[in-house]
Write a new protein. Structure first.
Length: 610
């Protein structure tokens, strides 16, 4: 996700844009830019990297204009670069656009526009919007009408702010499937992708309706229904949060906010990754022929990222039929793994600066492996030292216990597994396309889980006074269980262990007595019946069983004290959906035990020492 801010009014806009972008930088920081109406034309400034770099470029320019738009970016189409930074400008230089979202038909539109003589200066999908608005404005000389005509050509999601030096003092805002808020203050009108950017200016905001438009001028804001013709009076929301709460989006803690951001993370991580039925991960910098030569994969990581690797092992071996080993990075670096030029090492790190993972990467490169990084931080050491990288698009994650970054890692590793299977010829194009669309559907399924957490909260209250807990599963469920147990111990300080369910009788079952919590990942899978037998073994010894089960499975109620239902998905994608209730379960117990869920004791967000 990226950040948008815009202002038109009586004050110089430069500082308003820089301050707003700084507030929104958690939404994207691979590049930033502003467009300001200055002396009858648009002055556009781009910078690669963080907003602070943009501020240094803007400071000496003496911009005094009072209308402008700004943007801070996470790359989707096109790599992080100054040329790909927003705002994007039309050929004639009269129109500037900032955009969040994804334009699915941009390639066709670009070809069409180039055929009519338009010149493109970036690799982005957004730039087509600037050219479409330019063409429409030539005909009707009305910026609102031009934006309306342009978006009718778009397929996909967008939040837009558009300015033109031909209609001074005006910003046109439009949205579809991507959030945008506007607000009026004494000094002018504001637009942003997040309330946090407006909160110092006004506490009364309007969340723009899906498909609707707003015309901002210094005198006020006019709202238009879907087709941009019918004027309406929107509902205003009063914000009484302080800045700290605003940054939390109204949630009581960052962890819950970040759990609820996971559907967006899934969508953003997948954006632009399927082109003409084929996966597009250009950042890997390996040709299909080179990918086909890979005969061994190591996933190296620590903590939560290690659990994402366990999930990836199931997918890579199942789909691509390549041996895959998952290694704790701190161990990998101190042994002598078998590495050849046909080995792919996949290093996973939320921060991109985990010391043990970086050391393992350096060792693998010395031994001749190709190294691919998966991280959430653009320009991080892992990104710089890898041959290629997938960014998880989770944006800034503040809670120490990783939630949305974990899901972003799982989605990214799933893409990698599909790509290897495609290169190896183990999956046909139509199979890859089907799996990709099912993967994309998990965003909606996570939203469904988040809509009602009653069963999760009830199970948490039943377990809050326990001294220890056991998480079990089979197959994919075993990998999910490891992450569930880690989350619980991280933030609630309740001891938890995870085992493949079939291992219970080889030792862990000795722990079970009356009321002992056993949390079972019991989704429908090829090993479901085996898992039910393991649940019965625990139940016979007095365990209190909490089952994460597939919607419609009424039989599981006979074996569990608490059932948390999740939507039915392919087993390969169950890690995405089943992880969410375990995150919520851990948080609910931590809250019941009065623990600080955002900053658990003894832990740090980034581990930069051995």
């Amino acid at each position: 996700m990226c950040g948008i801010v815009g202002y038109t009014g009586s004050r110089p806009v430069k500082d308003i844009l820089i301050e707003g972008l700084t507030r929104l930088e958690y939404r994207g920081y691979d590049s930033a830019g502003i467009a300001v109406e200055q002396d009858g034309r648009l002055q556009v400034v781009h910078a690669r990297g963080k907003v602070s770099g943009l501020a240094q470029l803007v400071a000496p320019l003496g911009l005094t204009g009072t209308c402008g738009i700004g943007h801070t970016r996470w790359a989707t189409h096109g790599r992080p670069s100054e040329a790909n930074a927003h705002p994007h400008v039309s050929c004639d230089g009269h129109v500037a656009v900032v955009h969040n979202g994804i334009i699915e038909n941009f390639a066709e539109l670009r070809e069409e526009l180039e055929g009519r003589g338009h010149t493109f200066t970036s690799e982005t999908d957004t730039e087509v919007i600037a050219h479409l608005v330019e063409e429409a404005f030539r005909t009707n000389r009305d910026l609102l009408q031009a934006v309306r005509e342009a978006v009718e050509r778009l397929i996909g999601a967008y939040a837009l702010a558009v300015v033109s030096d031909q209609e001074p003092g005006t910003i046109i805002a439009a949205r579809k499937d991507s959030p945008l808020v506007v607000g009026m203050a004494e000094d002018g009108a504001y637009v942003a992708s997040d309330i946090i950017a407006l909160i110092d200016a006004t506490r009364d905001v309007v969340v723009l309706g899906d498909g609707d438009f707003a015309k901002l001028t210094p005198a006020g804001i006019t709202y238009y229904k879907v087709r941009g013709e019918e004027v309406y009076e929107p509902q205003t929301t009063h914000i009484d949060w302080d800045v700290d709460v605003a940054e939390k989006g109204g949630y009581p803690d960052f962890m819950l906010k970040e759990i609820h951001e996971q559907p967006r993370v899934i969508r953003d991580t997948l954006a632009g990754r399927l082109v003409d039925g084929h996966l597009a991960i250009d950042e890997l910098d390996l040709s299909p022929e080179e990918l086909n030569l890979i005969d061994r994969v190591y996933v190296i990581a620590c903590g939560t990222s290690y659990h994402a690797g366990l999930i990836a092992k199931n997918l890579i071996e199942g789909w691509a039929r390549i041996p895959c080993e998952v290694e704790v990075a701190s161990e990998f670096r101190y042994r002598n793994p078998i590495i050849t030029p046909s080995t792919l090492v996949v290093a996973v790190s939320q921060s991109g600066e985990t010391a043990d993972t970086l050391a393992a990467v350096r060792d693998a490169r010395v031994k001749g492996a190709k190294v691919f990084g998966i991280t959430n931080v653009v320009g991080s050491p892992l990104a710089r030292e890898s041959d290629g990288v997938i960014y998880t698009k989770a944006n800034k994650e503040i809670a120490v216990a990783s939630t949305k970054s974990f899901l972003g890692q799982v989605v990214s590793l799933t893409l990698l597994a599909l790509l290897l299977a495609q290169a190896k010829g183990k999956l046909k194009t139509n199979q890859v396309r089907l799996l990709f669309h099912e993967l994309a559907d998990t965003a909606e399924q996570v939203e469904h889980i988040l809509a009602d957490t009653t069963a999760i909260d009830e199970a948490a209250r039943a377990c809050k006074d326990a001294k220890s807990a056991l998480f079990v599963g089979r197959g994919m469920g075993a990998a999910i269980s490891y992450e569930g147990a880690l989350k619980l111990k991280e933030i609630s300080y309740l001891h938890a262990e995870a085992y493949p369910a079939g291992e219970m009788k080889h030792g862990p079952i000795a722990l079970i007595d009356e009321g002992f919590p056993v949390i079972a990942v019991a989704t429908k899978s090829p090993v479901y019946d085996k898992l039910v037998s393991n649940i019965q073994e625990a139940k016979a010894r007095g365990a209190m069983v909490v089952a994460v089960a597939t919607e419609g499975d009424e039989d599981i109620r006979a074996h569990a004290d608490h059932v948390i239902y999740i939507p039915k998905v392919r087993d390969a994608f169950s890690a995405i959906t089943a992880s969410v209730p375990l995150q919520l379960f851990a948080r609910a117990i931590a809250v019941e035990r009065n623990c600080d869920v955002d900053q658990p004791r003894n832990l740090a967000k980034s581990v930069t020492v051995e």
